[in-house]
Structure formats: C-alpha cells, structure tokens
Design a binder for this molecule. Sequence first.
Ligand code: FES
Ligand SMILES: [Fe+2]
Length: 413
Amino acid sequence: MGRPISISSFATAEARLKALLNRRRPGFSLEADFYTDPDIYALELRRVVYRNWTLAGHVSEWRVPGDYRSVAVAAESAIVLRGTDGRLRAFANVCRHRGSRICLDEAGRADALTCPYHGWRYATDGQLTHARDMPDDFDRTPYGLKPLPLAEVHGLVFVAFADAPPLTAARDALAEPMRWFGFEDLEVAARRRYAIPANWKLAIENYQECYHCATAHAEYAARHTLMLAPRRRARVQQGMQSRLVAAGLEDLAVDRIDTRAPAGQTGFGYSRTALFDGYLTGSRDGKPVAPLLGKLAGYDGGASDFSFGGCNFLLAYSDHVVAYVFTPVDQHNAALSVLWLVKRGAEAGRDYDEAGLTWLWDRTTEQDIEIICNNARGLHSQHYEPGPLSTMERALAEWLEWYLAELTGDGRA
Ligand code: FES
Ligand SMILES: [Fe+2]
C-alpha cells in the first residue's frame, strides 16, 4: 500500500479507471472498484490524498519551540514542529540514513529530533547535526529532513505530502466568519482519534449527507435541523437569522459547503444552520458548554460549517468548535481525528466540563462508525451496484464529482 505504482500497473489502472468513468452515472454512488481495487487506491493516494491538505491541529498546540506533532496519512507521516527560531515547519517523518520513522509519538517537545534506529540527530530546522561513525569526509548538508508544504489559516495548521493547491482563497474568503469565532484564539480542549474499518471515502461520504441523520442519530437529530423538509427548515433558519446580528454574527452569502476549488486553489465552504429552538449550542441540554467564542455577544442558536479541501470539516457553535479530519490508513481502514476547541484561556472544570463538551459528537461519531462499516460490508458483496442519490445528498454528489475530477486530473489548474 502506498508504494510507488509501477509503470505497467499504472497504465492498467488508468485503463480501468477510464472504463469505470465511461459507465459512471452521475448522481449515483460509485462502483465498488473505487473502494476495492488496489491500483485505484494507489492512484488516488498520489492524485487526491497526498495533494490534499490535512488539518494537523491548531497553532496553540505548538506553543513553544520544540513542540511537535506527527500526522499520519496512509503510508506517509509528517512531523510538524516549531523550531528554536519560532518558525513552524513540516518535514517528512523519514530518516535520511535508512528511512526509519523518527517521531513515533503523536505529540511531544524536543530540542532535537533523534532517529530511534541509529541515532542520527536533526535540529528543529531539519538540518542533520549529528551522524556517528560516518567517514571523516562525510558532508551532512544534503541530508536534512525533507520539508513538506505547511499552511496556516487563521490559527488552523495544515500539512500536505505533495504540492497542494494553495489555501489563500480560503484564507481570504473565510477571514470574516473565522474572525467572528476567534479562530486564532482557540485552544484544543479535547482530541480523539477514531479508527474506522472502512475505506476513507465511505467515511467522508457519510459526513457529506444528513439523509441518514434521522435514522442513525437520535441525539444529533433532536438538536440540528439539516434533515428537515425545506419549508420547515426555512422557518427555523429565519428565526436564527433574526438573532444573528445581536449575537455578533452576520449573514453570509456563502450558504453551502462547496468542495469545488476556485481555479488553481483548494476549495472551501461556509454555511450557518439553525439548531432547534431551545438549543443554544450542541450540548446535551441545549445550554452553553463553554465561554462564548471570539467577540460574540450572545447565542443566535446556530452552528456554522467550514470546509477546507475534501477532507477537513469544522462545525462552529457559538461556544466551541468541533473539527473533523478524515485520513486513510490503508485501503480498508480510515482514521477520524476529532478536535474540540474552546476559547483560549478557558479552563477545564471551571469554564467547561470535558465530558459535557464532547458528549454529542463522541456519541454521533460512534454511531457514524457503525453505519459506515455496514456500508463497507455491503459494498464488498457481488450484489452491490451503484444506487441513486437522494435530494438530501447533494453535497455528497458534489464531493464525489470533486474526488473524480482530482483522480482523473481534471480538477487541476
Ligand atoms: S535509519 Fe535513522 S539513524 Fe539509521
Ligand atoms: Fe452521521
């Protein structure tokens, strides 16, 4: 998995992909081969996954020089590290001696990075500083860690494993809504990694639609209005819109998630959706769970969806933000990192209770994992064939088109 694809299997995969696309019916789910064919998986890693930004975390997680996090995506791993010069950088987590992983922990703090295999040592700017028992004339200069693309968007830190389309359009267009919620001044209150034994696309596809919400998510469905029929939803939405300005928000024309990229850029999205009356935020009893974010003056009873590229989704309530980052582990396993973010300086036990903060999306995620796995099981049957999408799966249909455009190279500028 994840090894460079050979020329011959590359040609075969291309031919197979072409055949699959020729018989593709837009508005239908994908054929099973997109989830089961190892050559297509190798192709999508190179063309879609590695050149798509992955949210590594919030800038507050690299507070002081030496703070690092490792980020795993399929066969790759990145070290995101704050240097002693204060700069945040990303490197391939691959030793330049014989290729061992260097950082084995998810996060930590270090003055230097030492490979656990033979002890080669790297400075926090990636330079190789120590390699014992090498010939006298050994020049360490060309053996620094390989840098990876890194981008910061109003406090969110993204990493990629190949040239990813810039996030500058997202940074500009989302500057205002991200300011309302004080994204630069958040901090991570909780972070969990969920294993999903299914192809990564099934996990994201499930996140793209709320067709399943009424049947799968009793707790979510009692609070969120995404699954309501349009007329009823419009009424609730109007109620929220009448409270927006007093709460310190504004109505934005960007009203839906859109992963299609502006030319040469990473796609993004923003929308705000009302919660049911009586719910100020995504909590068990509808009451606040943390201090109001940013400069918000009150609760409008809504939640904002943000998206960055095809794999990173954030939901901003008025008093906390939940981030969902989907990554493949291998062809049949994915991981979902969920981050709960609160206003900087908020203290656990005093300003928020971690169990109360995480209750809704921990519960909803567990339910999602179960239905995603059922989906994966059915897809492996010889009786599976692509089925028609509902009107409530419009965002999913768009996500599939985005994925196919990236996979075939049509999505590139
Ligand atoms: S592989 Fe890292 S020091 Fe040998
Ligand atoms: Fe769900």
